[in-house]
Design a protein around this ligand. Structure first.
Ligand SMILES: [Fe+2]
Length: 267
């Protein structure tokens, strides 16, 4: 009987401040997020952990993060978060360093990069925020820190979560990173560490799974339904979705694990 871990992933909630943004739009983003949290709580087999892979807030306002924290606090399992291109480190840390949502807070401008060990699996958060750009960045410091966190897992399977997928996405004509060679070096480093079994990401607002010759990269559509660019059937256009990744560890000594991803609808 394989052991393992169940991860529920949410991403790209893009919360807006109802006091300053369009009220209807702000209300819809909140409702999408709340419905998703309710649906995760209602899963017959609850996850061990929930990860948010970034773009939590749309304008990085403290009020948006406060709202996100309020909604995430309804979850019945631990939640871990990382940053998207719309997020900003100081405001994000101010809210999420509390309550264990963001371990190892470091300094306010420090990278949101850390590891969590749960149920025999290591989760590694990689911070790809590049200030002033919608594209991602993996500087030498973040590359080295990620490698250190992966290496420290020993034989445990590792799942990475990061906002920007670290490669070109088929069918999209724009790069995810300004420094694409740096992203490629990151992916090559990850592939050398055979215990990494999956990379979870967001950013494109379109679901995908991309083979790399190493761990697959899966991309989740946005929780914010109006920002999704996937084709959804008419009846699902306004229904938020989330991903559940079941990491099944068959043989911990030989780092053999599989990840099965299922897409769930909130309602
Ligand atoms: Fe986004």
């Amino acid at each position: 009987m394989p052991q393992g871990m169940r991860i529920a992933q949410i991403t790209d909630t893009h919360l807006l401040d109802p006091k300053t943004a369009d009220r209807q739009q702000a209300a819809r983003r909140i409702a999408d997020f709340e419905k998703t949290v309710e649906a995760i709580n209602a899963l017959p087999e609850p996850p061990d952990v929930v990860v948010h892979s970034g773009d939590i807030a749309h304008d990085a306002k403290p009020r948006e993060y406060g709202l996100a924290r309020e909604i995430l606090s309804q979850l019945q399992v631990p939640v871990f978060t990382t940053l998207g291109n719309r997020d900003r480190r100081p405001a994000f840390r101010e809210v999420f360093a509390r309550d264990g949502y963001l371990p190892d807070p470091g300094n306010p401008d420090g990278f949101a990069q850390y590891a969590i060990d749960i149920a025999g699996v290591r989760l590694v958060a990689v911070d790809t925020l590049q200030l002033g750009s919608r594209r991602g960045e993996i500087c030498p410091e973040r590359h080295a820190l990620a490698e250190q966190l992966i290496t420290a897992a020993g034989t445990k399977p590792v799942v990475i979560f990061m906002h920007h997928p670290p490669l070109r996405v088929p069918g999209m004509n724009w790069p995810m990173f300004d420094d694409e060679p740096a992203a490629a070096r990151f992916l090559e480093m990850v592939k050398r560490h055979r215990q990494v079994v999956h990379i979870l990401s967001g950013h494109t607002h379109r679901a995908d799974v991309i083979a790399t010759g190493g761990p697959p990269v899966s991309i989740m559509s946005a929780v914010a339904t109006e920002l999704r660019i996937d084709d959804f059937p008419e009846s699902r256009v306004s229904v938020p979705v989330f991903h559940v990744h079941d990491v099944e560890v068959f043989d911990p000594c030989h780092r053999h694990a599989d990840v099965i991803t299922t897409v769930y609808s909130a309602a």
